[in-house]
Write a protein that binds this ligand. Structure first.
Ligand code: OAD
Length: 254
């Protein structure tokens, strides 16, 4: 069992509003590589500037499309883990008592939604959706098992299709960050789970929570991060273990 302070459990049980921010770590136990873990992270093997920028896509759309299509298919084979499920349980328990729960994720894998989370705020888009670079039309590939026929792929109008994810140097989808900030600023609890807290603007939600006053902050991560010093509580370990323990104690207490 994870050592979880009583004050944290009691506070969460009584909280009128909870905001959770998740990152790649929450999906690690589902078999999806994180970005920055030293040996297993995607950015340890690949250069993000060659794959995750508009410039990279313009220079070599076939390469970038193939890489994202392979990731799209890999994500499809993965299942939500106990951490995703625990967040659904917390959401349902709080909402069932008339309290607010909002989940903000940097992940593009939709595992939260597949676990049963609703109204998830996706800061970085979704890898199962692709978007026409000419018209902006969205093509849903989330259920497609096979690889795309060709790389790069074109939509009916002749425009190139690209994954509907946010690349380095791009703006976030319209309004999502503002919504996440508004919810965080008005929350009683802010939990940051499985994120290195190195990528802005998402990482700035902790500052919103801290400086808005009165927001209690919790980090769940298997390691310390650049942001750890700013949290009231840090729970160290795998989210697939800690979250079921934490939520079990909150929900089990009445
Ligand atoms: P990172 O790869 O930067 O960080 C993952 C974090 O998860 C690290 O702090 C790990 O210690 C932690 N971690 C790993 N396994 C864990 C587990 N089982 N339980 C708990 N924690 C665990 O991923 P993000 O912070 O999500 O952006 O990265 C942010 C953004 O950078 C991503 O959304 C992506 C990337 O570039 C875009 O694609 C726009």
């Amino acid at each position: 069992m994870t050592e979880i302070p009583d004050e944290l459990v009691a506070g969460l049980r009584d909280a009128f509003s909870v905001v959770v921010l998740t990152g790649a770590g929450v999906s690690a136990e589902s078999g999806i590589p994180t970005f920055r873990d030293a040996l297993t992270g995607l950015w340890a093997e690949y250069d993000p500037m060659e794959l995750a920028t508009p410039e990279a896509f313009a220079a070599d759309p076939a390469r970038v499309s193939r890489w994202y299509d392979e990731r799209r298919m890999a994500v499809q084979k993965c299942e939500p883990n106990a951490g995703h499920v625990a967040l659904v349980q917390l959401e349902q328990w709080l909402r069932g008592r008339g309290r607010k729960f909002n989940l903000v994720t940097q992940n593009v894998d939709r595992l939260h939604q597949r676990a049963g989370s609703v109204d998830v705020i996706e800061l970085h888009g979704s890898i199962g959706e692709w978007r026409c670079t000419e018209t902006g039309a969205i093509v849903n590939l989330a259920d497609r098992k096979e690889a795309l026929e060709e790389y790069p792929v074109r939509s009916a109008c002749g425009g190139l299709l690209r994954p509907n994810v946010v690349w380095f140097g791009e703006a976030l989808p319209y309004g999502v960050m503002e919504k996440a900030e508004r919810l965080t600023g008005g929350a009683e609890f802010f939990l940051s789970i499985g994120t290195s807290a190195e990528v802005y603007p998402a990482a700035g939600l902790l500052e919103v929570a801290r400086y808005q006053g009165g927001v209690k902050t919790v980090e769940v991560n298997k390691a310390g991060t650049v942001a750890s010093g700013g949290f009231k509580w840090c729970l160290r370990g795998a989210s697939g273990v800690i979250l079921p323990d934490l939520v079990g104690q909150v929900v089990g207490g009445g």
